[in-house]
Write a protein that binds this ligand. Structure first.
Ligand SMILES: Nc1ncnc2c1ncn2[C@@H]1O[C@H](COP(=O)(O)OP(=O)(O)O)[C@@H](O)[C@H]1O
Ligand SMILES: [Mg+2]
Length: 425
């Protein structure tokens, strides 16, 4: 069985799509998927053509093939919906459920990055209609119904809200979200869930602020309320408003850069050290971006963010040049152990162990000298210890929630030598 679609791209400086190439996905008799991609001749003839993925899909007439990610090239998969968006599309689709191609085709125009997909050789005109922040209350109703697996609200208003909800599905991630327009910019609205253990919107906002205080480049954010509920608005760094519409940055996740998958078999490729090497290859400013990645790794260790998986790191290119994206999705986890904690990606000689000595062990690969790396860690540890509480309270995190998340910060085992940490467990 073969299905295919055209891949569109908004070129640097442009707000409208052009056709970049054709993507084909074939399932053999055993259900094994192969994806193929070829750039269009007209596209290759453009002076300003850019590759969709400068490492894996270089400009040229070659037909590329992949068996990874269920036959969908990482660069395309990064533009298609993730857990949350897939769930919304499945609800919309009914039975039989959507396949990989359907997810690509049914995710709307506002997807992450600069790509679009469709069945026509010519791209559609860009949609100019976006959710307004005013629509958030309607969207929250849908979020609640989807989470509770309840009947979706009905009526004309509800149909309109469902349309609006679908608009937000193309952004990745597992938490409920929608894309809204506010003040001439696009924002990702991240909703709280009834089953959250603490006020996620406020805590995430506080972590972005704490990260910024530690010197990290972070996505811009602000809190908003919908009725009596909080939501976090995170400004999209892959969009830039202009008079004629939005410019779009190309975007690749670390999962794509590491040529990896979400599965456990692939976790050996999940590594900050390998990611640093890929960032040194792709970034136009490796001496800035590799150390910045080092700082993010240290920050995640110091706030026990073990949801730092490869879809929570990305590179973007608003123009020709690729850079590490601002940091996003920074959340402390409910820690299990005092002595020993692990990140999602390997960070040094001792694998995923989130300890100072392990973080330091491969610092040269992040283009930082050992004494500088030690300073980074010492300063950051002090800032996290001294400021997490004040910043959380300033952002409205309750005393009770602070008490719950307290063990996440600058934990004891961070300074234990590896052998001691292992013996203590
Ligand atoms: N500020 C942003 N600008 C552009 N894309 C973003 C931004 N923040 C997140 N994304 C993209 O949206 C996805 C989901 O956002 P994320 O904050 O990770 O949500 P979740 O908490 O559900 O994982 C990310 O994996 C990333 O691809
Ligand atoms: Mg995420």
């Amino acid at each position: 069985m073969t299905s295919e679609c055209f891949v569109y791209i908004a070129l640097p400086g442009e707000t409208e799509f052009v056709t970049a190439g054709r993507f084909q996905r074939t399932l053999d008799r055993h259900g094994v998927a192969t994806g193929r991609f070829v750039y269009g001749k007209n596209y290759l003839g453009r002076e300003n053509a850019v590759p969709i993925d400068p490492l894996e899909l270089k400009l040229g007439t070659k037909t590329y093939a992949t068996g990874l990610l269920n036959g969908v090239f990482g660069a395309l998969r990064d533009a298609s919906p993730d857990h949350w968006g897939r769930r919304v599309i499945e609800r919309h689709f009914g039975s039989p459920g959507p396949d990989e191609m359907d997810y690509l085709l049914h995710s709307p125009d506002d997807r992450a990055g600069a790509l679009g997909f469709g069945l026509n050789k010519e791209p559609p005109a860009p949609k100019r209609k976006f959710n307004r922040t005013l629509d958030l209350a309607k969207l929250q109703e849908f979020v609640d119904a989807i989470i509770a697996d309840e009947e979706l609200p009905t009526g004309t208003d509800a149909e309109q809200a469902q349309e609006l909800m679908l608009e937000g599905t193309s952004m990745g991630g597992a938490r409920p979200k929608a894309v809204v327009e506010d003040n001439g910019a696009l924002w990702i609205a991240k909703f709280n869930r009834p089953d959250d253990k603490w006020n996620q919107a406020k805590v995430e906002r506080a972590m972005l602020e704490l990260a910024r205080t530690c010197g990290l480049q972070t996505a811009e954010s602000k809190l908003t309320t919908i009725g009596d509920r909080d939501a976090l608005l995170v400004k999209r760094f892959d969009r830039q408003g202009t008079k004629t519409g939005y410019r779009r940055a190309r975007m690749l996740s670390a999962l794509t850069l590491l040529r990896s998958e979400d599965t456990h078999q692939n976790r050996s490729k999940w590594s900050y050290v390998l990611l640093a090497e890929e960032i040194r290859r792709i970034s136009s400013q490796p001496k800035v971006d590799a150390p910045e990645l080092f700082m993010r790794m240290c920050f995640n260790a110091l706030i026990t963010n073990n949801d730092d998986h490869p879809r929570n790191h990305a590179v973007i290119a608003m123009d020709e040049e690729w850079r590490l994206s601002p940091a996003y999705d920074l959340i402390p986890a409910m820690p299990i152990s005092v002595e020993e904690r692990f990140l999602a990606l390997s960070c040094g000689d001792e694998g995923r162990l989130a300890s100072a000595s392990n973080l330091l062990s491969q610092c040269a690969r992040f283009l930082i000298k050992p004494d500088e790396a030690e300073d980074v860690i010492n300063n950051m540890e002090r800032t996290v210890k001294d400021q997490w509480y004040a910043i959380c309270r300033r952002e409205g995190v309750t005393e009770k929630d602070c008490e719950t998340i307290k063990p996440a910060f600058a934990y004891e085992g961070f300074r234990l030598p590896v052998a001691a940490a292992q013996a203590a467990n």
